[in-house]
Design a protein around this ligand. Structure first.
Ligand code: HEM
Length: 401
């Protein structure tokens, strides 16, 4: 796609901007919609425009060959369009019904307690990236899929490698051949592993998501073997780093706004609202991309077929036309919905699970950590632009209750 980006857009990819991209996002939102002169990317940042693009049947999620992603993608929910997408989504959705997901609450609470016990056993300080936020979603989804505990570490490693594929390549050539190779190895590992696990579950079904996916059926149609494998990989990848960042961005928001932390401690019933505010204020998925399939216009900006669109969810979430005091972190705001899980046909399939994990984790943090303090020096961000979040975040505390 991009041989170069105009300076405003290039700033998004600047590592120095990663800790606080909101000034740049604001500039882009206010200038949007517009076509970036250097790259030809159409930048969309206003809430109404983002929503219109995400719901527009003239845009495609198939970015293959567009240059936006340099790692070859397997056809999955995220990059297919109707009608293939509709079919796959219906079948996969059967394993992710809210009622089925809610049944995992006790297990998620148990995993959170295990992680807190390990943290409490150490010094009165912990890196909440490696000790809390990253292990939680992997353990949860591995348990849901029925992956045995001893295999979780290798899953975490593979999932981290594949995370590169969900980041749009704003900077050409940023992915080295080593990274591409790592991604291919991780994929091969997943394919072999899930192939074996699926064979086991076909033989002996269990009460897990994998067995649900295998048995999901609609008018005689079922997921094929390769669709099953690809969907399992997608669930791990799509729900790993995003959920970890939801928890980390949430903890960071609470630590930086002690009044909000106090509020959550006193009113644990605000945990769900706190999750919504994190998804709005510091969105784990900052932006997504689309390709125009047919001509259309956004505002005065004409979009021609083949044009890449950059949909800035994190900018839309702070659009003052929709959210009052958009730059204020307020867990009790109760505003209309954000675009943290996107909108339209590709709206996050795992939103119920992410909300559940996020609210349990944020509540546990608020209740368990006595006098938590952020070691600001320790805070480092991962290089990813789209799925943005801390890579290291040390917090010290008096005790864990
Ligand atoms: C799609 C965000 C957690 C599974 C998406 C999309 C976003 C998103 C923005 C739309 C992508 C696009 O339209 O191009 C998030 C955030 C999460 C989260 C912020 C955590 C806070 C999860 C979890 C799972 C999951 C826990 C599953 C275990 C998926 C899947 C899709 C998706 C399968 C593709 C849906 C489709 O294309 O039909 N997510 N997600 N996500 N998410 Fe999530």
């Amino acid at each position: 796609m991009t041989t170069s980006l105009s300076p405003d857009l290039a700033r998004l990819a600047d590592p120095a901007v990663r800790p606080d991209p909101y000034g740049v996002l604001r500039t882009l939102r206010e200038a949007s919609p517009y076509t970036d002169p250097a790259s030809g990317i159409v930048v969309v940042g206003r809430r109404s425009d983002c929503e219109a693009v995400l719901r527009n049947p003239k845009v495609s999620s198939d970015r293959q060959g567009s240059g936006i992603t340099t790692v070859p993608q397997m056809p999955n929910l995220m990059n297919l369009d109707a009608p293939d997408h509709t079919r796959l989504r219906r079948l996969a959705g059967k394993a992710f019904k809210p009622r089925l997901v809610q049944q995992w609450r006790p297990r998620i609470e148990e995993i959170v307690r295990e992680l807190l016990t390990d943290i409490a056993a150490g010094e009165n300080t912990a890196d909440l990236v490696s000790a809390f936020a990253y292990p939680l979603p992997v353990r949860v989804i591995c348990d849901m899929l029925g992956v045995p505990r001893e295999d979780h570490p290798v899953f975490e490693k593979w999932a981290r490698s594949i995370a590169y594929t969900v980041d749009p390549q704003l900077v050409p050539g940023r992915l080295s051949t080593e990274v591409v190779q790592e991604v291919e190895e991780a994929r091969a590992g997943f394919v072999g592993y899930f192939g074996r696990l699926i064979a086991e579950r076909r033989h002996t079904p269990r009460a897990d998501v994998l067995s649900e996916l295998i048995s999901a059926e609609e008018q005689g149609d079922q997921l094929t073997e390769s669709e099953l494998i690809i969907t399992c990989i997608l669930l791990l990848v799509a729900g790993h780093e995003t959920t970890a960042n939801l928890i980390l961005n949430g903890i960071l928001g609470l630590l930086r706004h002690p009044g909000q932390l106090r509020l959550l401690r006193e009113r644990p019933e605000l945990a769900e609202a706190a999750v919504e505010e994190v998804l709005r204020y510091d969105a784990p998925a900052q932006m997504i991309t689309r390709i125009a399939r047919e001509p259309f216009t956004i505002g005065d900006t004409p979009v021609t077929p083949g044009t890449p669109l950059l949909v800035l969810l994190a900018a839309a979430n702070r659009d003052p036309d929709v959210h009052r005091d958009p730059d204020t972190f307020d867990i009790s705001r109760g505003d209309p919905g954000h675009l943290g899980f996107a909108a339209g046909p590709h709206f996050c399939l795992g939103s119920v699970l992410a909300r559940l994990e996020g609210s349990i984790a944020l509540n546990a943090f608020a209740q368990a950590f006595v006098e938590p303090r952020l070691d600001a020096e320790s805070l480092r961000y991962r290089p990813h632009v789209a799925v943005r979040g801390p890579d290291r975040m040390r917090v010290s505390f008096k005790e864990i209750r």
